[in-house]
Design a protein. Sequence first.
Length: 126
Amino acid sequence: MYDDCLVSIMVRYIVEEYSFGRIKISGKTYYSDLIVFPDEIMPNWWRREGHNLCMEDLGEVIKRKPEILVIGNGYSGIMRVPKEVVDRLKDMGIEVIVKNTRDAVNEYNRLAKEGKRVAAALHLTC
């Protein structure tokens, strides 16, 4: 019983629904890209090069240094996540998982429920 209570405290944000351009997290609906942290949602995540992820787009993630970063690269996987970005994050001790956003939200939920320090950077369209 104690473990269940601990997990529910740690898992504050769970993705309830995702469809192209729309995501519902813990009862609230968002219509723009975002980053989900265990204790906060950073809405309106804007990237310097739109469909090409850069290190500077992940400044807040780097500052918080989650154990795992799940990157949702879009409904159809259009957002490019360069190998150099993944390698730099790994060098900083952050495990990186890149999936289309449909699969990324499921992976984020699974890891969050397991109690991992996980963040998700999610591109909602394309």
